[in-house]
Design a binder for this molecule. Structure first.
Ligand code: NAP
Length: 652
């Protein structure tokens, strides 16, 4: 049912038709068409406009201006009709028209298996369908005595806290930093931003219509997470500047015992919890490369995730080691200001252009997102689809494909051709630079990056791309294996994170007395659905093993899948009055085999690729092999049959 405020809002919008039409000029065609067909119900509009929508991004829209003008008038008519009649806006997706609508919206076929996920993501009724509701009113004494310890207050930890709070489950979040934000709090390097369109890279229950960029900068995302922590009054439950050192499962009490360090005075204390949720992520502990002589370097040196803003890079000779997502953002941001930028590249990444990457969201567009009913939902869906599963089939090895070293299949080879053409168009006059900047391995083998003018930057006079490998570091600079000393005043280590030793340096000791790192053998983390581990009762991971999205999608989407699953696990414990749940070895190993079998067919296992997705033995431990729809379906319903439950011990 439409609220009074919505009705007033609608009346205000339609009261000045000329202004409304003017605003609608800034709407994208596809989401506006969806609004019209959803509210007006006339499918004829789909036939007229669909042929002009060539793909899921707004820049794929080729609708003629005259037709767009007609669309605007029709939308204004429909909104005026709702305002005049006071009819409620329909909050259900029109299932009879949905296939045609989704096809028109994306320029692609959206198979029916996606409909439940689309409905959830769009949440037209604003009821947050991912919320886990109690099936029976929980025993208030049991609920009040239950305590969840969440480690980390980044995107996932805050999302977890919001859902625990809504359910009334007591919890504490321990955060080592002074504020919320996690990776977006810690990474402040020049050029920091997100590669996923952030109207989608955001909580599904909090669509933000006021992003300033289609691909937000770091501080904007940090502020968004902080806003959510405030809106849901989480701060009182977060203990800042404290770090969980150890977690030990105590079998007699069936509780986790956490040893926590207060950073302000280095003192420690212990707390107990019925359940622990690790929301520390994979990309949190900087990896400092073991380069000979690094400590002898005379100038400032720091990791991208520990950017030292007291150091002025302007006019300096900067050496940057690493060309992953972080390095690729830092380079173009500092190059115009430095005397010289020497980039030490071990292996190149592929990078794709997206025209929206550099664009601001205009105030007019924000108005449309904020005021036109459901526009923001369709806009989000369009982005969701454009960056989700559409590429997954390109990443599967075709055993009959002749050129396995460079591409995996015909579609992947096409992507490679387009990416090579892009590199050539940016640095075309320099075949040597093209050779250095072009990866040997197939597209998507490492994380696909966004070209933020990286290639253009490589052509600048003050930039050197060094592909000779680093031999050692001296006080004056970096010496490569050909004996050349590359003089540097400062060094930036864009060398990534400790992704193999997941959860490190936290010590997590499970039921059998072994730590999780001992179980995982230091670089082979495994978890059922990336979330639970045998012998670690009531211990849940968000963004755990094999959950990093490498083909597309948004990390927030995955995190919400995991939060829903964990909430169902906790509900099972609390409602049934059981003390502990632990995933059984059979479903755990069955899942591992399915993950490994899937990965054997996919690009991330490619022998020509080294990446943080893979461990030293070549097993892909970080990347998810699944399409979003698969992972959503696997985690949507917690299956108690996969778990062993331990009853509460009754004192003798
Ligand atoms: P990364 O992708 O792991 O890149 C690390 C870079 O350092 C690679 O180029 C690597 O070379 C190089 N390197 C590592 N050790 C080295 C050594 N001993 N000698 C020489 N080179 C060395 O790390 P990242 O760039 O920080 O990105 C990590 C992840 O964070 C990304 O994949 C992404 O998921 C996320 N991220 C996202 C964004 C975004 O959304 N825009 C931005 C930053 C980070 P090799 O490739 O040869 O190993």
């Amino acid at each position: 049912m439409m609220s009074t405020i919505d009705q007033q809002n609608l009346k205000a919008i339609v009261s000045d038709r000329a202004a409304l039409i003017e605003h609608l000029k800034y709407a994208d065609t596809a989401p506006l068409l969806m609004v019209l067909v959803h509210l007006g119900g006339d499918p004829a509009w789909l036939d007229r406009i669909a042929p002009h929508i060539k793909g899921p991004w707004s820049f794929h829209d080729e609708t003629p201006d005259a037709l767009r003008a007609e669309l605007r008038e029709a939308v204004a008519d429909v909104l005026a009709d709702y305002a005049a009649t006071g009819r409620p806006l329909p909050t259900e997706l029109p299932m009879d028209l949905l296939p045609r609508m989704l096809r028109a919206c994306t320029g692609q076929e959206v198979p029916p298996e996606y409909y439940p996920m689309v409905g959830e993501e769009m949440d037209l009724a604003g009821t947050d369908p991912k919320t886990v509701h109690w099936r029976a009113t929980p025993d208030p004494t049991r609920l009040a005595a239950f305590q969840v310890l969440v480690v980390g207050a980044g995107f996932s930890g805050v999302g977890m806290g919001i859902k625990l709070k809504e359910a009334g489950i007591p919890f504490v979040i321990i955060e080592k930093n002074e504020d919320v934000g996690g990776t977006w709090y810690e990474n402040t390097y020049p050029g920091i931003g997100v590669d996923t369109a952030n109207h989608f890279y955001s909580y599904s229950f909090d669509n933000n219509n006021d992003w300033d960029h289609f691909f937000a900068h770091g501080d904007e995302i940090e502020a968004y997470i902080q806003r959510n922590a405030e809106r849901h009054a989480l701060r009182d439950q977060i203990r800042f500047s404290e770090e969980v050192l150890t977690l030990r499962w105590d079998e007699p009490s069936l509780l986790w015992h956490a040893e926590i360090r207060r950073k302000k005075d280095d003192s420690t204390y212990t707390m107990t919890a019925n359940a622990v949720v690790s929301a520390v992520g994979m990309l949190n502990r900087p990896k400092v490369p073991p380069l000979k002589g690094l400590e002898s370097f005379a100038g400032p040196k720091f990791h991208t995730a520990r950017w030292d803003h007291s150091v002025d890079y302007k006019g300096k000779r900067v050496g940057m080691i690493g060309t992953g997502a972080s390095g690729m953002q830092v380079g173009p941001a500092i190059q115009p200001f430095v005397k010289n930028l020497t980039i030490f590249q071990r292996s190149p990444h592929w990078a794709m252009l997206n025209p929206l990457y550099f664009e601001n969201v205009s105030d007019a567009k924000k108005w449309v997102l904020n005021h036109i009913p459901f526009y923001t939902k369709w806009f989000r869906f369009q982005l969701f689809w454009s960056s989700s599963d559409t590429f997954h089939h390109n990443l599967r090895v075709d055993p009959n494909w002749p050129d396995q070293a460079h591409s995996l299949n015909a579609a992947n080879a096409e992507v490679r051709k387009a990416l090579e053409a892009h590199i050539a168009s940016e640095v075309g006059h320099d075949p040597e630079l093209i050779r250095k900047a072009t990866p040997d391995y197939p597209p998507y083998g490492k994380r696909m990056l966004r070209d933020n003018h990286w290639y253009r930057m490589l052509t600048r006079d003050n930039v050197d791309l060094v592909t000779e490998q680093i031999d050692h570091v001296e006080p004056e600079g970096v010496v490569t294996s050909d004996g050349t000393l590359h003089p540097c005043d400062m060094l930036v280590l864009a060398t990534g994170f400790e992704t193999r030793r997941m959860l490190w340096p936290m010590q997590v000791e499970g039921r059998g007395g072994a730590t999780i790192l001992e179980r995982w053998g230091d670089e082979d983390p495994r978890a059922h659905l990336g979330i639970t581990v045998p012998e670690f009762p009531n211990f849940f991971l968000i963004y755990g093993p094999n959950t990093n999205l490498a083909h597309g999608g948004s990390a927030v989407f995955h995190s919400e899948c995991q939060v829903r699953y964990i909430m169902q696990g906790l509900r099972e414990l609390i409602e049934t009055g059981q003390a502990a749940l632990e995933v059984m070895p059979e479903p755990f190993w069955d899942y591992q085999e399915r993950v490994d079998a899937a990965h054997r067919q996919l690009v991330w296992s490619h022998p020509g690729v080294t990446s943080w997705y893979k461990n030293g033995a070549g097993r892909v431990h970080a990347a998810s092999p699944w399409r979003l729809v698969d992972y959503r379906n696997m985690t949507a319903v917690f299956d108690p049959a996969e778990y062993e439950f331990t009853a509460v011990k009754v004192p003798a």
